[in-house]
Design a binder for this molecule. Structure first.
Ligand SMILES: [Zn+2]
Length: 254
């Protein structure tokens, strides 16, 4: 069985990173008439060095890094505001986001053979660590104020996935399921932060491309299972009111 067949048995719509890059850059240029030279690119993907599966950064310069362990947008509201202030005049914003999962040559998900290594390691390591801790039923794994401070991303990742612990642990494919929930969490958080910062953007449009990156061994292409492509028109006032907890009715009545 080819690696493509092994990937598509779990992710039927996955395409190679190169295909996804070419497809969406062409779409942005031809359909949306964006000037790629004026596009500011941001990512919310895991810190893992394996996350170069798409080629966007070869075409689009200066990625603004929102993400960290697991791919959550840890740069948060402040990071999004900074990104919004850096977009070239007359340009657009483009954010690529999502978790990643390895696949071995034998088709096992959650693990991979990395460049220059014989052995198999976890991918995404942070998500697989979260899963292991969920399996051991650690409520919050030995977090003291000290290591919450020095391991804050892993702590936040585990906290964010905690509401889905039961569904993850009772799933048939736990490695895939925790990655799917990580995608949902990243998607929600990123869109929330974009909405919070909407008024700060000087550009007219924000393009959001989300998916699960599937890491393969060195000799193969990596894959991306695209889950979302959004175009936010910032001039469209009605749809893009910035979110703030301060404006909620419940907050006013505290
Ligand atoms: Zn990772």
């Amino acid at each position: 069985m080819k690696i493509k067949d092994k990937v598509t048995q779990y992710y039927p719509n996955a395409q190679t990173g190169t295909e996804v890059t070419e497809t969406y850059l062409a779409l942005l240029e031809k359909e949306y008439k964006t000037d790629l030279k004026k596009m500011l690119f941001a990512t919310s993907v895991c810190s893992d060095d394996v996350n170069v599966s798409t080629d966007f950064r070869r075409v689009l310069s200066r990625p603004f890094t929102m993400g960290g362990l697991g791919g959550l947008p840890y740069a948060g509201y402040t990071g999004m505001v900074a990104f919004s202030h850096h977009i070239p005049d007359g340009g657009d914003a483009f954010i690529f986001y999502g978790p990643h999962i390895g696949i071995t040559d034998e088709g096992e998900l959650g693990r991979m053979r990395r460049i220059g290594q014989e052995r198999i390691t976890n991918s995404c390591g942070a998500l697989m660590l979260t899963l292991e801790r969920f399996k051991r039923s650690e409520l919050t794994p030995a977090y003291t104020p000290l290591n919450m401070y020095y391991d804050t991303q892993q702590y936040q990742l585990e906290q964010s996935l905690m509401p889905y612990k039961h569904e993850i642990l009772t799933a048939k494919h736990q490695n895939k399921t925790i990655t799917d929930f990580a995608y949902s969490v990243i998607d929600y958080q990123l869109k929330y932060i974009v909405a919070m910062a909407a008024k700060e953007f000087s550009c007219d449009r924000i393009f959001l491309l989300g998916g699960v990156v599937i890491n393969t061994s060195e000799e193969y292409n990596d894959y991306v299972d695209v889950r979302n492509f959004d175009v936010i028109n910032l001039k469209d006032e009605g749809d893009n009111q910035p979110l703030s907890i301060l404006t909620s009715e419940a907050f006013k009545k505290l």
